[in-house]
Design a protein around this ligand. Structure first.
Ligand SMILES: [Zn+2]
Length: 179
């Protein structure tokens, strides 16, 4: 069925201009494979457990679960150094982990979980991958600066630069999952 072109419909245009709605905006049909429900967004904020197959790596190397950017931590007990950090990008450490532990369960969230324990520290390899705020540990003369970026890292500032939600479906559809 072909819909009439409402853009040429004078009454609508008058209402639109009276509302001050100059831009037409975009509308996407809800697709449960791509779009988080309101419930899922709440759960994701608190942290969920998932496997590699739900994870996408965006073109800027940040991580996405459905149409939300996420941070990732690995739920390993004990003193595994992997348990101490959280990731924001599909960094080298994470790529290695994906190869070595394809069955690994992952913690995904849009903020850090409310626990006093780990993970507390952002992954340096992620900052390197993103060149976040000019972070580059490979440049010796730059090292003090890079160490400061790592020490002063602020998750809120990160998400201001890389907005959490919503990611465009056409971007997501062009990407495979990392699993
Ligand atoms: Zn990382």
């Amino acid at each position: 069925m072909e819909l009439p072109d409402f853009l040429g419909f004078e009454d609508f245009n008058r209402v639109r201009s009276r509302m001050g709605a100059e831009r037409l905006g975009a509308f996407e049909f809800f697709d449960p494979r791509l779009h988080l429900t309101a419930d899922e967004r709440v759960r994701l904020a608190g942290g969920i457990e998932a496997g590699w197959s739900v994870l996408r790596c965006l073109h800027d190397y940040t991580l996405a679960y459905k149409n939300s950017r996420v941070l990732l931590w690995v739920q390993v007990a004990g003193t595994d150094p992997e348990a101490q950090i959280y990731h924001l990008a599909y960094c080298r450490t994470l790529q290695k982990l994906r190869r070595e532990r394809p069955e690994q369960r992952l913690g995904l969230g849009t903020r850090l979980p409310d626990t006093d324990t780990w993970p507390k520290r952002v992954c340096a390899s992620c900052l390197q991958q993103l060149q976040f705020q000019g972070y580059d540990a490979a440049r010796t003369r730059h090292r003090n600066y890079s160490e400061r970026v790592l020490e002063d890292f602020d998750l809120e500032a990160f998400f201001r630069q890389y907005p959490v939600y919503p990611l465009a479906s056409k971007v997501l559809l062009a990407l495979d999952s990392v699993g």
